[in-house]
Ligand binder design. Structure first.
Ligand SMILES: [Zn+2]
Ligand SMILES: [Zn+2]
Length: 71
């Protein structure tokens, strides 16, 4: 089986879940829908899911969706 070649000029990386080439700026994989980042609501840069604040513009982005410690 052939993988689609990455588009020239666009930096890509393999999805950690399904291994398909996706653009580096993507905040989720469009193939398997795994989300591994999100966008800052202020400066629109991609942030890791675990970050509670944007390191680029210091905007509070809220508690991370995953590590939610219920009581
Ligand atoms: Zn994937
Ligand atoms: Zn920001």
């Amino acid at each position: 089986m052939l993988l689609e070649p990455p588009v020239e000029g666009i930096p890509t990386r393999p999805c950690p879940t399904c291994g398909r080439e996706i653009e580096q700026e993507f905040i989720l994989c469009p193939y398997c829908r795994t989300q591994f980042a999100r966008r800052c609501t202020s400066c629109d840069r991609s942030l890791r899911l675990g970050w509670g604040v944007c390191p680029y513009c210091a905007t509070e982005v809220g508690a991370p969706a995953l590590a939610r410690t219920g009581r």
